[in-house]
Design a protein around this ligand. Structure first.
Ligand SMILES: *Cc1c(COP(=O)(O)O)cnc(C)c1O
Length: 374
């Protein structure tokens, strides 16, 4: 089956008792057991829930993996994944990885003995020379946040495998509709489900997908043992989001193209970052590994003051953190989403503006941003 069909059918058989076509919200913490020590499918909801399982099955199939584990947030998924490592192990991160991922390594897990280095992930040679004997994970994000750099997943996966490490891809920005890292050779995909997958800015959740059964077994154990699980209502909403992912992503891409066109010709704009621009350094890799270029756009103005002014003046683009919802958002990474990485190798220009282009009509979005720029 094709993507659009799997999104609506994988893991989503009509409910057996009444035939409800939507997977019910199983809002329960526990399950009655017919006999001592012989529970039915589930015994306690941290360990398993049918609504969560339906979401996991659907997302695993969309990513082309065999198993998916859902979590209470993207960072809960990342933390649980990194707990498969041991003290002394080494992780290689990109130099503009999501700020929360960097903070998790630098300010939480480093204290538990996990080593890490930051490299330019767009340069395979730099990645290869940063690998150590103890490297267990090479952590890729592509396109990156907020500079939308593109990393060659197949090239990095090959370096990881030669070193006996796993290649993990944070696929939050692209989603499986635009990019399937497991097919490109990656071992694990992580998501902030909060963003495009759920898609309506109404929940926080995360997920891990893999085709590696041994790792999946360990992750399933940790999902229950660590306990950072999502509730059934959020799993229901996330599953509902998946059903329209394909049509939403088409609309996000269409809107982004119109916005990029406006920005490119605008005298106040110093630089536009979008992987779909032929002049973008990652354009060729993006064409090779992505179906389209996504709904995230960032651009630089000529001063910090101008960036503050523009971000405060749009009406349809709400000034807010986060991304991937149906409504358009604008933000300044330096003082907002990326404030926690100031002074680190991940610092971003103060003149940078980031847009999450929603699915409103592109003409309205262009008019709104043009008015804020003028
Ligand atoms: C938001 C985000 C995360 C973290 O996810 P939460 O759901 O906020 O915990 C991780 N990676 C990327 C690329 C993100 O945008």
């Amino acid at each position: 089956m094709r993507f659009e069909t799997l999104a609506i059918h994988a893991g989503q058989e009509p409910e057996p008792q009444f035939g409800a076509v939507n997977v019910p919200i199983y809002q329960t913490s526990t399950y009655a057991q017919p006999e001592v020590g012989r529970p039915r499918r589930y015994d306690y909801a941290r360990g398993g829930n049918p609504t969560r399982e339906a979401f996991q099955t659907a997302l695993a199939s969309l990513e082309g993996g065999t198993r998916c584990l859902a979590f209470a947030s993207g960072l809960a998924a990342e933390t649980t994944l990194l707990l498969t490592l041991a003290p002394g192990d080494h992780v290689l991160l990109g130099n503009d990885v999501y700020g929360g991922t960097y903070r998790l390594l630098a300010r939480v897990l480093a204290g538990w003995g996990l080593a890490f280095d930051v490299v330019d992930m767009t340069d395979p040679q730099a990645v290869a020379s940063a690998v150590r004997d103890t490297t267990r994970v090479i952590w890729v994000e592509t396109p990156t946040n907020p500079l939308l750099k593109v990393v060659d997943v197949a090239a990095v996966a090959e370096i990881a495998h030669a070193a006996g490490a796993r290649c993990v891809v944070d696929n939050t920005f692209a989603t499986p509709y635009l990019q399937r890292p497991l097919e490109l050779g990656a071992d694990v995909v992580v998501h902030s489900v909060t963003k495009y997958l759920a898609g309506h800015s109404d929940l926080v959740a995360g997920a891990i997908v893999t085709g590696d059964e041994e790792l999946a077994e360990r992750l399933a154990f940790l999902q229950n043992a660590v306990g950072a699980v999502p509730g059934p209502m959020d799993c229901y909403l996330a599953l509902r989001g998946l059903k329209t992912l394909a049509v939403r992503m088409e609309a996000h891409c269409r809107g982004a193209r119109a916005i990029v066109e406006l920005l490119q010709g605008h005298p106040r704009v110093a630089r536009v970052h979008y992987p779909g621009l032929p002049g973008h350094p990652g354009f060729e890799v993006a064409v090779r590994q992505m179906r389209d270029f996504g709904g995230m756009v960032s651009f630089e103005l000529r001063s910090k003051e101008e960036a503050f002014r523009v971000a405060g003046r749009t009406r349809l683009f709400f000034l807010a953190e986060s991304l991937g919802g149906v409504e358009s958002l604008i933000e300044l990474p330096a003082p907002m989403t990326h404030a926690s990485v100031a002074g680190s190798p991940l610092e971003v220009p103060e003149t940078l503006v980031r847009l999450s282009v929603g699915i409103e009509h592109p003409e309205d979005l262009v008019r709104d941003l043009a008015a804020a720029l003028d």
